[in-house]
Write a protein that binds this ligand. Sequence first.
Ligand SMILES: [Zn+2]
Length: 356
Amino acid sequence: MGYKLSIQTPSAEEQLQFLHKIQRLLDEGQFTSTYKFALLIALADLSVEKSDGSGAEMVLNSREIAEKFIQLYWRQVIPFPVLKGEGGILFQNTDHQAAIINRITTDYSQTTCGLMSWMGNRAEYRKLVTDVAGTVRDMPLWRLQRIGNQIDDFLYENIGRGGEITLRSGVAYCMRQFHGQIISMVQGVWVQWIRKIRKNQKLLGQSTDLADFLFGSERNALSSYLPVLQDTQSNHCFYCKQEIKGSGEVDHFIPWSRYPVDLGHNFVLAHKSCNGSKGSVLADIPHLEHWQERNEQYGDALVDFFDDNGLVHDLPSSNAIVSWAYEQAEHAGAHLWSSRSCDLMVADHSWSQVVG
Ligand SMILES: [Zn+2]
């Protein structure tokens, strides 16, 4: 018959209701571990990285979700640092340590160069994903949407078994639309929850940097990207194109504050002053064009370098994140930064002609 279902984007009222339901899950849901928090963050990230921005349904499997769990928890199995004595791994479960933490700790203790290099260790990494995916299926996947005795499966049909879910129509759309808010809400509750666990209290004391410890900061290991960026940019600034004297700074093209996930293609080399001036604002359209050209022209060199150094990359995901970020800026009427002028431009729809 060849007719196509028309996909409707959720109305403003439905979007607001969606946010209320997420808030309700966090307020009233039962949490014996932090898995449900990790699951919500995974669904929000995957909605940005995999969906096309329409209101369509989206199928996700437990391995994709498990990879997001591993990225989230990998840094959290490091012993929490204390001033005196030995630190310890924070408890992520009310009575015993969470299985995923124990499983990741096993792999973590065998590597000295971080997750990215462990991912290059294909057989071991695949096994880790399989094990974590098993726990995701057994634990949070079919329990997330339960509040008390009730199930409100507004995110995906709660069939209760298997490793595949289909996000309902409009869910990926709302997750993309409110990504920043959802991540902040979930991280806030996660931090409070870790603090409340009695076994963590001795370790934590009065420390105020728990959120930074759990969820990282943009200063992580950016120097890994320096060699390939210096090479492909001939040590010139990505933004103002002038030579860089000294080493320059590795900049997140889409600022970390907007999307705190490190994928290789998001990095460029810039002057400290250009990087500082750009701050957490999106670069304007000519810079976006330059970013696309860079990825085309040096695609092979970048990918070879990322692979050789175990740095996570996925160009389709990076493009999806860029589209999402500029679309959000357009809808918000946000300003875009330019290295050529102090006048900030207002974002319009022209980004859509640039992103491949
Ligand atoms: Zn510059």
